[in-house]
Design a protein around this ligand. Structure first.
Ligand SMILES: Cc1cc2nc3c(=O)[nH]c(=O)nc-3n(C[C@H](O)[C@H](O)[C@H](O)COP(=O)(O)O)c2cc1C
Length: 194
């Protein structure tokens, strides 16, 4: 099972670093799941929407390689805070570079956070709409971490057991949908025929 994890921040000292680590640590206990991280600090071609694959006559090799990775994935994880009650621009830019068909009929789970009280719920609400437009299946369960500098340690561990239940619910749903939808794809059951 392959899962792509999008990291939605390029800020120096970003909290996204520890949250992404926490998610990877957590998933590593669940067995045979490969997590492929899309980090805009390592993929500068994804920080803007200049020549998205589906609107370009000659997409770059970098974009085509990333598209193949997305198409081979069984599900997605979006790790980001909310910026001005919305999706951080680098996060939406990264994902806008690929067509809905690349993401189609695959589950996505949101891991949102904030330094304040609300745990990035506005990003979660916006991401539901955004990812639906990209043809993904947003899950009912999400993970929302307030006071993230206290809730998650720098080395990627949950410091507050309250959120373990959220993690368990969300990742159980992700893996269930990923398994079921992969089976349907293998059987040639395509809800988005060309
Ligand atoms: C441009 C910007 C806008 C922000 N807007 C919000 C907001 O609307 N709501 C909120 O709870 N926190 C907001 N914050 C604070 C973030 O929760 C906090 O800075 C968080 O660490 C950002 O994630 P990052 O460190 O991974 O970039 C904002 C931060 C930035 C940089």
């Amino acid at each position: 099972m392959k899962v792509v994890l999008f990291v939605g921040s390029v800020r120096p000292g970003r909290m996204a670093e520890r949250v992404a680590k926490m998610v990877r640590n957590y998933i590593s206990q669940w067995g045979d799941i490969e997590v492929i991280t899309f980090d805009p600090l390592e993929k500068s071609h994804l920080t803007e929407v200049r020549e998205p694959v589906h609107f370009s006559s000659n997409p770059s090799e970098n974009l085509l390689t990333d598209q193949e990775t997305i198409e081979n994935a069984d599900g997605f994880i979006v790790v980001c805070s909310e910026y001005n009650r919305s999706i951080p621009p680098v996060c939406s830019a990264m994902m806008c570079n690929f067509p809905p068909k690349s993401y189609a009929a695959k589950p996505v789970v949101f891991v949102n956070y904030s330094l304040g009280q609300y745990g990035g719920v506005s990003a979660t609400m916006n991401l539901r709409q955004f990812c639906t437009e990209l043809s993904m299946i947003p899950l009912q369960a999400s993970i929302n971490l307030p006071l993230v500098n206290k809730t998650v340690s720098e080395d990627g561990h949950l410091e507050d057991a309250t959120y373990e239940r959220q993690m368990e619910r969300a990742f159980s749903q992700l893996l269930w949908y990923a398994r079921v939808m992969r089976k349907a794809r293998i059987e040639g059951d395509d809800p988005f025929p060309a």
